[in-house]
Design a binder for this molecule. Structure first.
Ligand code: XBP
Length: 233
């Protein structure tokens, strides 16, 4: 039977990526880097999962001005971006997507455990959960598998496998909720049935491998019905 729901964070729980992008552009300016990631650039770069990995890809493949200096300061740039991002999130810049809070409550009410499997850094996840679900928001989740805990980022299955291990569950006992093709591939490679709800930046990606696709978790009762249906498998 179904025992747990494993959520992705960025794009799934909340439309966080515009705030990441703004924080990045502010950080580039603060570091004196003549770079600006517009939405089209960010959409392309988002296919590389992980903030540090994405920056490295940009520096190595796009070869922007001052690439060499930036590569040496990659960790500092990423940390500064995350500090700006977390401050914005703590100030309430990013609400949960429609239906997320209700699904969390309904799943817990139905006795399911909740977990997170994300490429993003742990402090970013905690800031989002506290700002949107209250100071004890992170406690709603039994397991938070985040960031560099898994060496290989999505689309590798590692972060979902880590979440399953920490939940002490087999893949058949849990489901994943994702928004991107890479996240879907990661969850499926871990053996998880996966619901996909495309986000602002992931719209148009091929998510045909999903077990279900909903425009929004707020669609009348659909995600909750899908979850309770799986519980009867
Ligand atoms: C999304 C990501 C992250 C965020 C930025 O992860 O790839 O890199 O864009 O966060 P997910 P960091 O969909 O798995 O939540 O800069 O902290 O990586």
């Amino acid at each position: 039977p179904l025992e747990a729901v494993i959520f992705d964070v960025d794009g799934t729980l909340a439309e966080t990526e515009e705030t990441h992008r703004q924080s990045l552009n502010e950080t580039f300016a603060a570091f004196g880097l003549p770079w600006f990631w517009d939405q089209a650039t960010y959409r392309r770069l988002l296919r590389v999962m992980g903030g540090k990995e994405r920056l490295r890809h940009f520096i190595e493949h796009d070869r922007p001005p001052m690439a060499a200096q930036a590569l040496a300061r990659l960790n500092d740039i990423h940390a500064a971006k995350n500090a700006r991002y977390a401050a914005k999130v703590r100030a309430g810049a990013v609400p949960l997507r429609p239906g997320v809070a209700r699904l969390i409550n309904e799943a817990r009410g139905a006795g399911l455990r909740l977990a997170i499997a994300t490429t993003t850094s742990l402090p970013n996840v905690e800031a989002l959960l506290q700002a949107t679900l209250g100071v004890r928001g992170p406690d709603l989740f039994d397991v938070i598998a985040a960031g560099d805990l898994a060496a290989a980022k999505k689309p590798a299955p590692d972060i979902f496998l880590l979440a399953l291990r920490q939940l002490r569950l087999a893949a058949a006992q849990a489901v994943a909720i994702e928004d991107t093709e890479e996240g879907l591939a990661s969850a499926k490679a871990a053996g998880l049935a996966t619901l996909v709800t495309p986000s602002f930046y992931s719209g148009g990606q091929d998510v045909s491998a999903a077990d279900a696709v909903f425009d929004s978790l707020g669609e009348p009762d659909a995600p909750a019905r899908w979850l309770s249906g799986r519980g009867q498998d």
